[in-house]
Design a protein around this ligand. Sequence first.
Ligand code: UD1
Ligand code: UDP
Length: 360
Amino acid sequence: MKKLLIVFGTRPEAIKMAPIIIKLRDTQPIETRICVTGQHKDMLYPVLSLFGIEAHYDLSVMKKEQSLSYVTGAVLDGVSNVLEEYAPDLVLVHGDTTSAFAGCLASFYKSIPVAHIEAGLRSGDIFSPFPEEFNRRAISLMSSFHFAPTEESRTNLISEGINDSSIFVTGNTVIDTLLLTSQMRSELILPSSPFVLMTVHRREHSDADISAIFRAVRRFCIDYPSLCVIYPVHKNPRLLRLSSQILQDLPNVALTPPLSLVDFHHALRNCHFVLTDSGGVQEEAAYLGRPVLVVRNTTERSEGERVGALKVIGNDEQRIYQAMSALITEKGNYKKVLHSCLAFGDGHASQRIIDILQKI
Ligand code: UD1
Ligand code: UDP
């Protein structure tokens, strides 16, 4: 029996690894163990319970307002110990978080091959998103197998000198997860008026950038009182502080704790449009045909941008306000972007990944 170790530690990795983990339960001849780094805690564990995932190892690294170097060091040490104990034949990591980077580095130091899921996304700017763009590139350098979600991500990898025979285009597993949650019942009561769903959390945003985004939302809510904004606030204390300072008093803004995945997907399916700096939310909303305004200067999901599903609008207050308003006032243009974008996946990515894992 070949031994596989899956390493992850944040909410989005758990969401995108879940369909693979579920399928691996019945996959011979692979024995799987799960190492959760605990980079996230309260945002991570509900996803594990939703899909009945139990970690064999939990490094519990999370601290309040943790630094990148702290998380990197703690995950590197912790995963190294797990590798000593379990001695897997292959390690699986996902995406671009510090858990993925440090888990990959620990495996590389022990000469254990790594397979990287969601490989080849590139914004082209090493500082955006920060530190994720660096993490992605470093993980690609260290990995032996690359599961690229799209042809474009494969091309990015080839242009960096990665051997084509080690790249497999599979689609993004986030679409598989969306199909799983579409079978689950949400208890969330949505507003009867049209609403905007918003998420903001990127580390590279300064306090001034985040304040500018929130001020734009504030103006929008004041000018369009019949609409509302639902904003599940990321647990990072910086976001909690700024959102309560700038948005809390508005009657048509709902600042909530992070929503369960089922509730968040339910809100996403029903919202008027999405304002986000999240990676996964861009893919999900595009697939569900909800227009997405990306409050960042770059996207590594340009497949969605090209077909008009995503619009990158940066973090200038006036530009954000105008882009939000345009989705209300320009009804013809709004309708044009209401179609499902299939560029990110078809719901079968996890099966493709498992089939390849069995071969390699
Ligand atoms: C991390 C990832 C980012 C991903 C995001 C998903 C890195 C460098 N960044 O960023 O790529 O998009 O997760 O959300 O890996 N916190 C809690 N409870 C939680 C999670 C976080 O209280 O369950 C608070 C803690 O104070 C923590 C802070 O948020 O110190 C930041 O968490 P961290 O994982 O370091 O960064 P994220 O911004 O979440
Ligand atoms: N999400 C969630 N609850 C929320 C907000 C987001 O379950 O309140 C899910 C969302 O559906 C997506 C993922 O979290 O699958 C995105 O995570 P995040 O934005 O934290 O990270 P990123 O994708 O930017 O790395």
